[in-house]
Design a protein around this ligand. Structure first.
Ligand code: SF4
Length: 111
């Protein structure tokens, strides 16, 4: 195999792979934005004491035993999506978006 052939093959692969990757990223991003918003009445949300605003955490609840002021979804290790968005996907609630200002008892400090 000549070097020229290998180079052409590499360039052809890149020419196909880069646009395909860009299309895939757009699909993933578009899908995330289309996900329904998690309701606080959702049984899985209730089970973890989810609130849409960390200011409303019930500090008397055992679920809030580890809650500290300043914790919210946007600074949680489990948040997904883009910084700055009001609602974002969360690894704990697959298929739903949570409020960036929210909180639940699964909150974990970003590494
Ligand atoms: Fe918010 Fe983190 Fe709980 Fe997800 S796991 S709802 S990002 S606090």
């Amino acid at each position: 195999m000549s070097q020229e052939f290998t180079r052409r093959r590499f360039l052809a692969t890149v020419a196909v792979a880069v646009p395909a990757g860009a299309v895939l990223m757009n699909v993933v991003t578009a899908n995330a934005a289309d996900l329904p918003i998690l309701e606080v009445t959702d049984p899985s949300a209730k089970a973890l004491g989810y609130v849409t605003d960390a200011k409303n955490v019930d500090r008397k609840s055992p679920l809030a035993a580890r809650f500290v002021d300043g914790q919210h979804c946007a600074n949680c290790q489990l948040i997904q999506g883009k910084d700055g968005e009001v609602h974002r996907p969360c690894a704990i609630f697959p298929g739903k978006q949570v409020a960036a200002a929210g909180w639940c008892s699964a909150w974990a400090k970003k590494a």
